[in-house]
Design a protein around this ligand. Sequence first.
Ligand SMILES: [Zn+2]
Length: 76
Amino acid sequence: MSDNRVVQGRMVTPVTLAELVEDGDVMDAEAIEDADRDCPDCGGDVISVGYMPSVTEFVTGYKCQDCDWATTDRDD
Ligand SMILES: [Zn+2]
């Protein structure tokens, strides 16, 4: 998978983006997509990534491309 994106000035792969959102290691991640939402902190563009923090769990993570804001569908 090679759809890298720039987040906070740094190039991320799906796995490294998922690790930013999770704040830890992840097993696998799907392609990065544009999320249909704006960052609640800075109004910047939000991207999403589906990932597996463990073999039994699948989470969709959201991350602002411009600031530290991140969340997952687990938090809703
Ligand atoms: Zn932001």
